[in-house]
Design a protein around this ligand. Structure first.
Ligand code: C2G
Length: 136
């Protein structure tokens, strides 16, 4: 059985997230997803995600292609998570290209092309700046 692991925040869930999870799952038989904790996001991006860690976990866990979810508490623990979940391959979007090559001694490392023209940052910006969305 080939076990895949991937990581992400998956805030304001969108089709780019769906696609990477489906494509990651298709590379093996079992998919584990590490969801960045709220605290990790705050330290990494300077703000909390829009959706709470609990909601983000529930959304990802509800996907048919996902077998297991857990909270990623620290970026530095990736090696330990790969070991703990006995992952054969680490899959990440290519915005992370080259960043995780040092895990090649532990498992296969695969970068997948990002889905173009969709991002959480852009969705937040559109909601923030579109007057027609303002109920007031
Ligand atoms: N993604 C994608 N296409 C998009 C947007 C995102 O393929 N249009 C992918 C990213 O490349 C990533 C995954 O979806 O592999 C999750 O994206 P983010 O939530 O932005 O993840 P990030 O905050 O980069 O967290 O330990 C690493 C971090 O937890 C990754």
């Amino acid at each position: 059985m080939k076990k895949i692991i991937t990581f992400g925040t998956f805030d304001v869930f969108h089709v780019g997230h769906v696609k990477i999870l489906q494509r990651a799952a298709a590379l093996g038989d079992h998919l584990t997803v590490g969801i960045s904790s709220d605290a990790l996001n705050k330290s990494k991006k300077g703000r909390f995600p829009i959706y709470s860690q609990q909601s983000r976990m529930e959304i990802i866990a509800a996907m048919g292609c996902v077998d297991h979810v857990f909270v990623e508490e620290s970026l530095e623990l990736k090696g330990q998570y790969i070991k703990q979940f006995e992952s054969d391959a680490l899959v990440m979007g290519d915005d992370w290209k080259g960043k995780f090559d040092h895990f090649e001694s532990q498992c296969e490392v695969i970068y997948m092309p990002r889905t173009p023209s969709v991002s959480t940052t852009e969705i937040i910006e559109v909601v923030r700046t579109t007057p027609d969305l303002d109920p007031g």
